[in-house]
Every structure is written in C-alpha cells, then in structure tokens.
Design a protein around this ligand. Structure first.
Ligand code: AMP
Length: 257
C-alpha cells in the first residue's frame, strides 16, 4: 500500500501526525511539499508563505517518511491548468465563498499529485475541515482510486490549532490567538440548550470582543453536506467552522458539537 500526505511545507506536529499515521498504515509513505500558487487568491499570502524545505526533510526523515516529492511550479504546471471544477455546496460555502478559486486550485493540485503519486491512501487534517469534504467530492467525481483519511486537529498546549501561518503572529497576537479555540470549546457546553443562532452569536461576539481579532465567518453546518443548519435537530453531525483575522493573519479552526 502506498500512503500519501500532501503538504505545503513549513512542517509542524500537525503535519507530522498525518505522516506518522501514514507510515503506520502503509508500506510506503510519500509526502509532497509544494506551495501551490493556484490555490492562493492573495498574492501577499503566497509570497510570504514560509518555505523551509531542508528542515522539513529532516523532520520527515525522523517521522519515517520514505519519499519526499518537492516539485517546482514548472514541473507541476508545465502548462496552465485550465480545469474548472464544481463540487456544489461543499466547495461554494464558507472558504469557497470567501476565497474564490481556492478550492479549484486545491482540486487542481491534489488531483495532479494523485495522478503522479498513485496512492492507495491519502491523509488530510481536520483543521481544514471543508477541504476534506472537497477532496472527497473530487475523488468521487474523478473516480480516483484513493481512500481519503481524515486525521484529528493537533493543538498547542493552550489550544491554538497548529498552523504554518502561526509563525507570522506577533508575540501579542500569538498570546491572544488561543481565544479562538477556547471560545469554540466553551460554546459546546451550551449545546443543545442554546439555539444554533445563540451559539453563533456567542462565538462571534466573544472573539470579536478582543480588538486584535475579527471573525470573518462562523457557521454551524452539517459535517457531511456543509449545509448551514438552523436547528440542532437538522443533523446528527453538527460542526462549527470559524475563520478569524488575528491582525492580518487568517486563522481557521472548527469544532464538532
Ligand atoms: P498545509 O501544509 O497547510 O496545506 O497542510 C497540509 C495538511 O496538514 C492538510 O491536510 C492540513 O489539514 C494538515 N494540517 C495542518 N495543520 C494541522 C493541524 N494543526 N492538525 C492536523 N492536521 C493539520
């Protein structure tokens, strides 16, 4: 069995948890490190994205990874990828609405990586909850023979979800960022007594009460379809997905209620 973990590098324990799981489940573990330009709709974000390939390779070696695939942009895109995907709701809501073209770029690069690596298993982190739904839809739509495995979010001791972008937080922002995970955790204690609307308002208002933070969206959705729910009884798999600007750093997190 060939297992595969696609990443954009600047690896941390979140990525390494996927790699360890991949090593455990498969005969061969392949990890790609590629900052994919087609999934960035913000040029500044692409330019400032951390790139640490040498350090990544030593982390991957100690985690038991067999092959690192770190292609150039020219190798991945010998000609422009003009494919336009439509996965319906899962790719249109939340990140799909806020970052036009993002998931199209993700589908472009992940499908190419799947064609190149030909994995039996691929591993994705639930930190990017919506991305997993998009990848599952893509694999179905393209009939790709790859099993998609979702892995839990790895967090710092103070609750902040690990992210390559955390290194861009100032010390003050870094100190405040755990408010996001703390608020999500607290909000779960109000379910199902408070309504969906009340829980949404609580999360948005609590995070926004810190002047360094600005919630871009907070939605509570069915974890499979990603349709927004109005009542807890609308689904047996409610998931809250949040995006917050901490200064100019865009952080995402989510919670299963
Ligand atoms: P990225 O390099 O940000 O594209 O992430 C590569 C993979 O690592 C994606 O499947 C992410 O969901 C996953 N990942 C990133 N951060 C975390 C985390 N804190 N916990 C679990 N998985 C993560």
């Amino acid at each position: 069995m060939v297992g595969f973990v696609p990443t954009m590098g600047a690896l941390h324990e979140g990525h390494l948890s996927l790699v360890r799981r991949c090593v455990k489940d498969n005969d061969v573990c392949v990890v790609s490190v590629f900052v994919n330009p087609t999934q960035f709709n913000d040029k500044h974000d692409l330019e400032t994205y951390p790139r640490t390939l040498e350090a990544d390779c030593s982390l991957l070696e100690s985690a038991g990874c067999d092959f690192v695939f770190a292609p150039s942009v020219e190798e991945m895109y010998p000609e422009p990828d003009t494919r336009v995907f439509d996965f319906g709701t899962v790719s249109r809501v939340m990140e799909g609405a806020k970052r036009p073209g993002h998931f199209n770029g993700v589908a472009q690069v992940v499908s190419k990586l799947f064609y190149i690596v030909e994995p039996d298993n691929a591993y994705f982190g639930e930190k990017d909850f919506q991305q997993i739904a998009v990848i599952r839809a893509m694999v179905k739509q393209l009939n790709l023979p790859v099993t998609i495995n979702a892995c839990p979010i790895v967090r710092e001791a103070d609750g902040l979800a690990l992210s390559s972008r955390n290194t861009r937080l100032t010390p003050e922002q870094r100190q405040k960022a755990p408010l996001i995970a703390r608020t999500l955790r607290e909000s779960a204690t109000f379910v199902p007594e408070k309504s969906v609307r009340e829980v949404i308002d609580y999360v948005v208002n609590t995070i926004n009460s810190d002047p360094v933070m600005r919630v871009e969206y907070y939605e509570i959705v069915d974890g499979n379809t990603l349709e927004a729910i109005e009542n807890w009884s609308d689904t047996d798999y409610p998931v809250g997905c949040v995006t917050v600007y901490c200064g100019d750093v865009r952080l995402i997190d989510n919670i299963k209620y």
